[in-house]
Design a protein around this ligand. Structure first.
Ligand SMILES: Cc1cc2nc3c(=O)[nH]c(=O)nc-3n(C[C@H](O)[C@H](O)[C@H](O)COP(=O)(O)OP(=O)(O)OC[C@H]3O[C@@H](n4cnc5c(N)ncnc54)[C@H](O)[C@@H]3O)c2cc1C
Length: 427
């Protein structure tokens, strides 16, 4: 039994936990950040795009040395069908450092070091086994035989928040509310990436793909260029994937060999392969955000929006870490740690993160139900392009004739109008 007592203990040195610990340490609090991996970020998975406004909010003007890979200046949205890729490829000059590709092993380690420099105690290679609860209030954590006391505990332990679950503070995450992601990192020389993506060092591309890349299962593929590697993977809705009964490893292998992507990977070496859940249930699936002596942040609180064209979890994790830390500061000032005293946390979340989640409250169900997006439309787009550009000497057709030929026997205009209506309502 340890007699050490902290003002706040943060579980998990992902982006949410590091943000909370950094903010608290900056405010001069005695904060302990506990991470089960040997180094922060070693076990963490993301597709790879961080929106930097969140870093600016966490440490205004102090993230110039953050290990960001490439500024995203090229956005590609690709529909895939029958071995074809039909892309909308945009180069946006006005993105002005809004987002960067990142690798978590570097980013989280840097964030944890920032928290440590600010005065937090960071312990890695230690797993919190359970929360300590006394008279209904969370009052610390257990690490093996060791008991560590705290006025407040912040769970930032990710989507499988086992310690919070074991204490009955949240219910286990449901299959309906998670997506499954697989991510690979392929090593390629920086100059080769520049050449293949027609870019320069420091600038890069983000690609979102839909259709054949997930074999028609609700979800999509992503590709991000890093300095000298490429992050490539898929994210699929777990229910749709379960129904399809397709092994993820096979889906990933086929993704790598798809002609629209294989050209980017030629000669690349696979150096990392990981899989992870993503809480995508949206605002309908978030837990209670606080209990006596306790707050929950980031993926552990289900704070993710995937609307098909952007996946946002890391920026919300940082914002929730900030919100939890600011609420903890108020509670410490008032020496009041009951759930009622921590209500400011939810208020802060409502102003930003939950507001966005409310905006996209129907996007998850839309994605699961609008199966044509993942099957029929990519096929139709591929056929349309082929019918327009495959000039073989047969009599020329007007565009309307080509469109009719492409649609024949596929979706009716009524079906398409229904999908468009649902999309407008949900996205
Ligand atoms: C394939 C994929 C693609 C994605 N793409 C994007 C993207 O492009 N952009 C974006 O913004 N978001 C993306 N996301 C979502 C984003 O990665 C998450 O929302 C974000 O990582 C959440 O951060 P977090 O700190 O809450 O949780 P995590 O990153 O999961 O961190 C939790 C930490 O807690 C530690 N931990 C857990 N239990 C314990 C314990 N008992 N004791 C001690 N430590 C513990 C873990 O080891 C880990 O370090 C993606 C996710 C996936 C899986």
């Amino acid at each position: 039994m340890s007699d050490e007592k902290f003002q706040v203990i943060v579980i998990g040195a992902g982006v949410a936990g590091c943000a909370a610990a950094y903010r608290l340490a900056k405010a001069g609090r005695e904060v302990l950040l506990v991470e089960r991996a040997k180094t922060a970020g070693a076990k963490n998975v993301t597709g790879g795009r961080l929106y930097t406004y969140a870093l600016e909010e966490l440490m205004p003007g102090e993230w110039a040395d953050a290990p960001l890979e490439r500024e995203i200046t090229r956005e590609i949205v690709m529909m895939m069908a029958n071995g074809n890729g039909i892309a909308l490829d945009s180069r946006l000059s006005s993105m002005d450092k809004l987002s960067y590709s990142v690798l978590r092993a570097k980013l989280d380690a840097w964030l944890a070091a920032k928290a440590e420099d600010a005065g937090a105690m960071v312990v890695t290679g230690s797993t919190v086994d359970e929360l300590m609860v006394r008279d209904g209030k969370v009052c610390g954590v257990k690490l093996g035989d060791e008991e560590l006391e705290a006025d407040l505990v912040i769970s930032a332990e990710g989507v499988n928040a086992l310690t919070a679950e074991r204490s009955g503070l949240i219910t286990p995450v449901k299959l309906d509310n998670v997506a499954v992601g697989v991510k690979q990192v392929f090593k390629l020389p920086e100059a080769v990436i520049n050449e293949r993506f027609n870019t320069v060092s420091g600038k890069g591309a983000a690609m979102m793909c839909v259709g054949e890349c997930t074999k028609g299962v609700s979800g999509g593929a992503f590709l991000y260029t890093n300095k000298d590697s490429i992050s490539l993977g898929i994210v699929v809705d777990s229910q749709s994937w379960k129904k399809a009964k397709l092994p993820l490893a096979d889906m990933t292998e086929e993704l790598n060999q798809h002609p629209a992507l294989a050209c980017y990977l030629e000669g690349a070496e696979l150096v990392e392969y990981s899989a992870h859940l993503i809480p995508e249930g949206g605002i309908h699936a978030v837990p209670r955000f606080c209990a006596d002596g306790f707050m929950i942040a980031g993926d552990a609180a289900g704070l993710v929006v995937n609307n098909g064209f952007t996946v946002r979890g890391m920026d919300y994790a940082i914002l929730s870490g900030i919100a939890a830390a600011d609420t903890a500061n108020e509670a410490i000032e008032a020496n009041a740690y009951a759930a009622a005293a921590l209500k400011g946390y939810e208020t802060r979340l409502r102003q930003r993160v939950l507001k966005d989640m409310e905006t996209y409250k129907n996007s998850h169900s839309f994605m699961v139900e609008a199966t044509n997006i993942f099957t029929a439309y990519p096929g139709m787009a591929a056929d349309m392009m082929r019918n327009i550009y495959a000039v073989d000497g047969s009599p020329a057709k007007r565009l309307t004739g080509i469109a009719k030929q492409t649609l024949a026997g596929k979706l009716s205009l009524f079906d398409m109008a229904k999908d468009a209506f649902k999309a407008v309502k949900s996205l």
